[in-house]
Design a protein around this ligand. Structure first.
Ligand code: ATP
Ligand code: MG
Length: 420
């Protein structure tokens, strides 16, 4: 064989057996989102790079080093979207939807691109189910968005996933907290990992969720956001907890949850599935009340989450969730001769138009090979069509499981299967 071209590093091919998991997740997510009144939004795969490189606020890992960028033939610079939120906010502003009836509730199924070191649960192209809600700063909205994620994971049969919540404050209380944090980590500056040394200047909150043992030991002793919240943020967080309690949604308060993206305010949360490896956050999100304004729109509250599909699949497998991977044809027709082949195709076409899965030979196999193939496909019934059957209009329908035969009329075969 000639040398073949391989897929780019950190991307994947998905074959039908694995795609069955994707389909189950997408079906469930769409269904749950609809129950919460969310409609689907589609946005471009690539955007003006400045949408993600905002130059305001703190520098994120994503913007700093993870973005996939390219320059087109007109010398414009774009980025393959690293996430969905910024695009959705841009689309709302651009489409003039800021004055729509609020809250505005949108969901999406997208692929995202980040230049990361590929490993289990972390790839360069990955898919997300995400939701965004705009125009409400009430904590019951935070509780509803969290409930949507929890319901999706529950209905996928994932157990043992834990909800971690935290509040990282707002522009009124975060600066003081940030200062306290920088002071704490500066005392240990030389011992921090290289990335966190940099984060000390750019995004010190991110040091709190560094996975390196040394950094996390200092993080454990670091000042907690919850002790530095202003009265408004504090009341918001207390109300959120009360609503989650009322809905019977279990959570743990976790001061290490800060989220990777820079635009979060107040509520942040993650759903963590122990047992799927180091990349155990299946879903992360929070509130971002300043983002719409930052992107040139009117001041509008917002919140949402992103759920990583491949990590959800790992969690489903860990829980042994069954998915339907193979579909078996109701009927396999083995024709002998050209005329019979045309009749076989006619019947199969009729059954398929009626919504049934039916097969007939399309490879010119011998009768014996066809029967073997029908068995492999798991066909419920088989039918051999030859000259005699065509002449009499009758044939033997074989029930494969019972090895029994019944004579049927070819003219009514489709309606017979539809009645079954
Ligand atoms: P992490 O801490 O894992 O890097 P993040 O903070 O960068 O996550 P978000 O930007 O909030 O993640 O993305 C939301 C979700 O998308 C994550 O919780 C995860 O499930 C998934 N995700 C993020 N990056 C990747 C990736 N490189 N490969 C696969 N899934 C990913
Ligand atoms: Mg990341």
């Amino acid at each position: 064989m000639a040398q073949y071209i391989q897929k780019p590093r950190g991307t994947m091919d998905v074959f039908p057996e694995e795609a069955a998991y994707w389909q189950k997740i997408e079906r469930t997510a769409r269904d749950v989102a609809a129950r919460f009144g969310f409609g689907e939004i589609k946005t471009p795969t690539f955007e003006d790079i400045n949408l993600f490189r905002r130059g305001v606020g703190e520098v994120t890992d994503v913007v700093q080093k993870e973005m996939y960028t390219f320059t087109d033939k007109d010398n414009r610079t774009f980025a393959l979207r690293p996430e969905g939120t910024a695009s959705v906010v841009r689309a709302i502003i651009e489409g003039g939807h800021c004055s729509d009836t609020m809250p505005l509730k949108l969901y999406y199924m997208i692929n995202c691109f980040r230049y990361e070191k590929p490993q289990a649960g972390r790839s360069r192209e990955f898919s997300q189910f995400g939701v965004e809600m705009f125009g409400t700063s009430d904590p019951s909205a935070d509780a509803s968005v969290i409930a949507l994620a929890a319901m999706t994971l529950r209905e996928l049969g994932i157990t043992g996933v834990k909800l971690h919540i935290n509040s990282i404050g707002c522009p009124a209380c975060r600066p003081q907290y940030r200062e306290a944090l920088v002071e704490h980590f500066t005392a240990h500056k030389d011992e921090l990992c290289d990335t966190c040394k940099e984060r000390l200047n750019t995004n010190p909150l991110r040091i709190l969720d560094c996975k390196s043992p040394v950094c996390s030991s200092f993080a454990a002793e670091a000042p907690k956001t919850l002790d530095h919240l202003c009265p408004e943020c504090s009341a918001h967080f207390e109300a959120l907890k009360a609503y989650l309690d009322a809905m019977g949604i279990e959570y743990v308060v976790d001061s290490k949850i800060v989220r990777g993206l820079d635009y979060y305010t107040k509520t942040v949360f993650e759903f963590i599935a122990e047992g799927i490896g180091a990349q155990s956050t299946v879903c992360g999100g929070g509130r971002y009340d300043g983002l719409m304004e930052q992107l040139g729109g009117p001041k509008t509250a917002g919140l949402g989450f992103g759920m990583g599909i491949t990590r959800v699949i790992l969690a489903m497998k860990e829980c042994g969730v069954p998915v339907e991977t193979v579909k078996c044809p109701v009927l396999y027709i083995a024709p002998m001769g050209e005329k019979a082949h045309a009749e076989a195709l006619r019947i199969v076409e009729e059954l398929r138009r009626a919504g049934l899965y039916a097969e007939c030979d399309i490879s010119g196999r011998s009768l014996k090979a066809q029967m073997k193939y029908a068995d492999k496909l798991g066909a419920k019934y088989t039918l051999i069509l030859g000259d005699t059957e065509l002449e009499t209009g009758r044939a033997q329908l074989k029930n494969m499981a019972e090895s029994s035969q019944t004579e049927i009329e070819l003219a009514t075969i489709a309606s017979m299967f539809l009645d079954k």
